[in-house]
Design a protein around this ligand. Structure first.
Ligand code: EPZ
Length: 429
């Protein structure tokens, strides 16, 4: 199992290209099941989760080809061509689904295009129980018969799914995406109320529209879909990953350095950048992206609460906590989306951070002058990058174990940080 070794203390200075968004890529790959024509996705990040989704689609019978980015233009992602004209299997097996919860996103497309699906229940993960009840209840409201059998979701519909009004009792990115994909080929009108507004959901809706879907209300909490008989293929470029961009912005801030991020869409970074400016970080637009600077050295503690978009993203909570451990003053960090997303706290405390967990979902962080390097262990994707960030700032050596989590969501992280002066290396053990 690989480990990352970091000798902390060096301010990072340089340029980091931001890859395409993981959380846009995964639902867009699943959307290829909705048409028998070719869907071409560009600026696709090279991540383990993308490979897992590719393997899942291939075992369904999707023809998938990858054109690797040429070495000189490192800024562009891969190009994927996906064609679902020969799908022969509507089962998503446990062996694959257990690797990546987003596998559930094939459920809606399979049922609405083929009338049936057998998808393994994803099970929980480190950050929470992660149920899929909203996905299933929505599909049942559209006329699917759903049974749970032997750890699998068995969904069937005679004829087409029927459009209907679906009120989501809680905002869910995945449920919104699954039901949106189910609705585009359903008969009649579907109204999704309390829909998620995340940019990744908008990416999916925009691509479906280009494929011929009839969708209105994109980016709002009420999405209207008028079902069509079929969708056509298209080409779609994945937008920059706002969480990767936010993570490297924190890398500049926590090391008191200066990094230019390439290809970020500043409009979707607003909440993250507003928080960083309150901390005392300077942020300038450049021709190619955004420059993040904390060279004046003073970072203030600022409270943050995670919320559905456009609120502060839960996927940035662990990274912000790392930053707050060496800020001036204190910060209250409240996680409202997932019930168990503070496991990085204990590892940060091992590095000398002063953090008190309050009622399982809040943490009070009191800034200390310096963290101390230590051997630490990652528990999930964002917790692992939080520990890398803490290691970059700490005095001495930090060894991060179980970094396979990192490979799920960050492409070439060690190379990108080393290119900005970090003393960091990945060691196969
Ligand atoms: C997506 O997960 C993202 N993953 C997550 O990013 C992200 O943290 C999350 O949205 C919230 O923004 C992808 O897009 C692949 P939810 P998802 O459904 O769709 C509860 C990362 O690090 N819920 O919005 O699974 C759920 O338990 C990952 O990149 C139900 O109760 O999240 C949670 O408390 C981590 N029933 C809340 O809703 C359901 O049927 C929000 O979950 C569905 C969800």
């Amino acid at each position: 199992m690989d480990k990352i070794y970091i000798l902390g203390g060096a301010p990072l200075h340089g340029i980091i290209p931001i890859a395409g968004s993981k959380n846009s890529t995964l639902p867009l790959m699943a959307a290829s099941l909705l048409t028998d024509e070719t869907l071409t996705l560009s600026n696709v990040p090279r991540l383990v989760d993308v490979t897992t989704m590719a393997n899942l689609l291939i075992q369904h019978g999707v023809e998938l080809s990858t054109k690797r980015k040429s070495s000189e233009c490192i800024y562009d992602g891969d190009i994927l061509e996906l064609c679902s004209k020969s799908v022969h299997n509507t089962t998503a097996p446990y062996e694959i689904v257990r690797l990546m919860r987003a596998s559930i996103l094939v459920l809606g497309p399979l049922v609405t295009r083929f009338g049936q699906a057998r998808v393994s229940l994803p099970g929980g993960c480190a950050i929470g129980t992660r149920p899929v009840d909203l996905h299933l209840k929505g599909l049942e409201q559209m006329g699917a018969r759903i049974k749970l059998n032997g750890g699998y979701i068995e969904a069937r519909v005679r004829g087409r799914l029927k459009g209907t009004k679906i009120v989501l009792p809680q905002i869910s990115v995945g449920a919104t995406e699954n039901l949106l994909m189910a609705a585009v080929l359903a008969e009649g009108e579907t109204v999704l109320i309390n829909a998620a507004r995340e940019p990744e959901v908008c990416d999916l809706a925009h691509c479906l529209t280009v494929m011929g879907a009839n969708i209105s209300g994109i980016g709002t909490n009420i999405i209207n879909v008028y079902g069509v008989n079929n969708l056509c293929g298209t080409s779609y470029k994945i937008r920059s990953d706002r969480i990767e961009a936010g993570t490297y912005a924190i890398a500049a801030a926590i090391t008191r350095g200066e990094i230019e991020l390439l290809f970020t869409c500043s409009s979707i970074m607003r909440t993250i950048f507003t928080f960083l400016k309150k901390c005392g970080v300077q942020i300038f637009s450049t021709e190619r992206g955004v420059k993040i600077s904390a060279v004046n050295g003073d970072i203030m503690g600022v409270d943050v609460m995670t919320e559905p978009y456009p609120g502060f993203p839960t996927d940035m909570q662990a990274q912000v906590m790392a930053l707050m451990t060496t800020a001036r003053g204190a910060a209250m960090i409240t996680e409202t989306i997932f019930e168990n997303r503070l496991m990085h706290v204990q590892e940060l405390i091992r590095m000398g951070a002063q953090i008190n967990i309050h009622r399982t979902s809040s943490a009070i962080v009191r800034g200390v002058p310096k963290l101390s390097g230590a051997p630490v262990m990652a528990t999930d994707l964002r917790a692992s990058v939080c520990l890398v960030l803490a290691g970059l700032s700490a005095k001495g050596e930090t060894i991060v174990d179980r970094i396979y989590h990192l490979d799920r969501g960050y492409e070439r992280l060690v190379e990108k940080m080393a290119a900005c002066g970090a003393c960091i290396e990945r060691v196969r053990t």
